[in-house]
Design a protein around this ligand. Structure first.
Ligand SMILES: Cc1ncc(COP(=O)(O)O)c(C=O)c1O
Length: 495
């Protein structure tokens, strides 16, 4: 069967053993997205057709379980008050609030390839990054620089800059920025490794993303970590776009620390509680720690950190003795009692991850992005052929082609000036992707809920959007006719 047909996409969905996972999610309908209110009771003008939601790289969709679990949390609070902290509620799926974070740890640990003791559910990504840098960035007179990408997510850049200033170091000298060569959007592993070798004598810490937010490039975490360690550099990873996306093995790869959020591929809702990984070799708590034991820093029996009561051993947590004895492992880096609302939403999401494995999801993800790339390539060829007749080639793909160098997100670089019309056209057609100005759209089929058909329909609408943009139709503010006239036919029919 011709792969450039909707029938092919539908057939692939019928055959794929994980397609059923989609039914665990609430997919906004096209009518939902177009309406200015939450919902309409009028059945007449509603478009109930599901939207083509390819934006899990920004905000994952809501699991159906979330509503049920949030209701149970609210009912517990309403009917048990403070007892909700300690007492089991027999007809609730949730544990007493005192244990909500611990309850999420084993499943989260599986997702990032860690031991349960290496993972904590806490705070948010940037807050966790600060906490980790407070513990892991230990500048000496000789080795004090921090390496990060030149195009790091701004929050990471700010965090690094602020730590350098905190240590009275000048960021313009102490922050080393890794940038792609002038003819490329992405870094190569050899380039990263040689940069590390060059700067190792003055470098204390390396901070990189598992997946680069703009290009969608997946970095080689094991090779880079191992090389940095060989050179005596501590390594931290921002896994915002990698958690719940790549098949990670943080423990086996020997990563020092990692941080992530759970609102993208982890589907726990906007701003939901984050996660943190500390390798077990850094989480040890020595004999008679507190302030008297001896540890790797000579002062206390554990790695120095910014401490809070939730990181202190459960025995001492409520003893109010002012004697901080950290829980061994990542849990000992916690500060505060976690938001139960947030953590409950994460619980709902993790219960869906439990139905499969990261290995299986990653396999499906590679097939979905592979299909997306094939369709986009076909479209690019078509646009190239049309160039002779006054048409235009509208885009290129900046995400690396190699399967191991991409996650679920494909970044499409548009020709300058087309972004607004393309985005407006896609939105009018009920297709949700996101943009990174000036010219990139990020398209992310999330393997938990997106389908081959979603991918097909996206490319079909994208093709029309490009045609409109090239013709200068439907600029911002102008209405965009979607599926109007001849173009309403499926791509397979007009190709
Ligand atoms: C790569 C990356 N790092 C850091 C952040 C900041 O996350 P937070 O707002 O949860 O601190 C984001 C947010 O999207 C991100 O994409």
């Amino acid at each position: 069967m011709d792969i450039f047909t909707e029938a092919y996409a539908t057939e692939q969905d019928a055959q794929d053993t994980l397609t059923h996972l989609r039914s665990n999610f609430l997919i906004p309908s096209k009518g939902d997205l177009a309406r200015k209110t939450l919902r309409s009771d009028e059945k007449t003008d509603q478009n109930d057709e599901p939207s083509i939601y390819l934006c899990g790289n920004s905000l994952g969709l809501q699991p159906k379980l979330t509503h049920k679990y949030m209701q149970q949390y609210l009912d517990t609070w309403a009917s048990k008050g403070v007892y909700g902290h300690f007492k089991e509620v027999e007809d609730s799926s949730l544990v007493p609030w005192l244990h909500v974070d611990d309850d999420c740890v084993p499943e989260m640990a599986k997702i990032v390839g860690a031991l349960p003791s290496e993972v904590a559910i806490m705070q948010t990504l940037t807050a966790n990054l600060h906490l980790m840098m407070a513990s892991f960035y230990r500048p000496s007179k000789e080795r004090y620089k921090i390496i990060l990408e030149g195009k790091a997510f701004p929050s990471d850049h700010y965090a690094v800059e602020s730590h350098l200033r905190h240590h009275a170091l000048d960021p313009s000298h102490s922050m080393l920025l890794l940038t792609p060569s002038s003819d490329s959007h992405t870094l190569t592993t050899p380039q990263i490794l040689s940069f590390l070798t060059l700067h190792a004598p003055t470098t204390a810490l390396l901070l990189l993303p598992g997946i680069q937010f703009y290009t969608g490039q997946a970095l080689d975490i094991p090779a880079i970590t191992s090389h940095a360690h060989h050179l005596g550099i501590t390594v931290g990873w921002d896994l915002a776009h990698a958690a719940g996306n790549l098949d990670l093995r943080l423990h086996d790869w020997g990563v020092d620390f990692a941080v992530w959020c759970s609102y993208k591929y982890m589907n726990a809702g906007p701003g939901a509680v984050g996660g943190l990984f500390v390798h077990e070799r850094h989480g040890e708590v020595g004999e008679g720690s507190s302030s008297s034991g001896k540890g790797d820093d000579g002062e206390v029996g554990y790695r120095p950190r910014l401490a809070g009561w939730w990181g202190s051993s459960k025995a001492s947590r409520f003893a109010m003795t002012n004697s901080f004895v950290p829980i061994p492992g990542a849990a000992g880096f916690q500060l505060s009692n976690p938001s139960v609302a947030d953590t409950t939403a994460l619980r709902a999401s993790l219960d869906i991850f439990k139905l499969t494995s990261m290995e299986a999801l990653r396999g499906r993800s590679l097939k979905l992005t592979g299909y997306l790339l094939e369709l986009l390539d076909r479209l690019a060829e078509e646009q190239k052929a049309e160039e002779e007749e006054g048409g235009e080639r509208c885009f290129s793909i900046i995400t690396p082609r190699e399967p191991e160098q991409r996650g679920a997100q494909i970044s499409v670089l548009l020709k300058s000036g087309l972004l607004d019309v393309v985005m407006a056209s896609l939105e009018a057609a009920g297709v949700v992707v996101d943009e990174r100005r000036p010219d990139v759209i990020r398209v992310a089929p999330a393997p938990l809920y997106n389908t081959y058909r979603d991918v097909f329909l996206f490319v079909r609408e994208f093709r029309l959007a490009c045609q409109r943009a090239v013709r200068g139709e439907g600029g911002p503010g102008e209405s965009v006719m979607v599926n109007g006239g001849k173009e309403a036919k499926g791509w397979s029919e007009v190709k």
